[in-house]
Write a new protein. Structure first.
Length: 147
């Protein structure tokens, strides 16, 4: 059995395995967006993901957290300059159970790793419906639609 080596992400040079894979997949499957990812939603942000997001080639970004403590953490992180920062963004305190959260907004890229994990623990079929809506139906209402 072979093991893959953890190579730096091709966009930011990240050594985080998940973020590196996302960068590689973005470059491979959306080559027209490899150098300009557009608008970005971090659907369950934290300090680690925010550090990565701030280095991506974005037009804008939004990072959502439902936890006031995490909001304070990421706002503190945001106050620290990052070399190579590409776009201004905003932190939103909110919960995906709120049907009005980010209504009317659209994003080119959605990072939903934490969101899917957190919601999936509470609602077993939710993540499957979310994937079907994202990949098959081309709509994104699953984040605001309880089962």
């Amino acid at each position: 059995m072979s093991t893959a080596t953890n190579q730096p992400g091709p966009v930011t040079g990240t050594d985080d395995a998940l973020f590196g894979i996302i960068e590689k997949m973005q470059s491979k499957y959306r080559p027209e967006k490899a150098k300009a990812w557009g608008s970005f939603l971090d659907a369950g942000t934290g300090a680690h993901s925010l550090q990565w997001v701030r280095k991506l080639p974005l037009e804008s970004w939004v990072a959502v957290t439902a936890d006031k403590g995490m909001q304070a953490t990421v706002e503190k992180e945001l106050a620290t300059p990052v070399a190579g920062e590409t776009a201004a963004g905003r932190i939103v305190l909110g919960n995906w159970d709120d049907g009005d959260l980010l209504v009317g907004e659209a994003y080119d890229v959605v990072l939903a790793d934490y969101l899917i994990g957190a919601r999936g623990r509470r609602r077993r079929r939710w993540w499957w419906r979310c994937w079907v809506e994202f990949e098959v139906l081309g709509r994104y209402s699953c984040v605001n639609s309880p089962l």
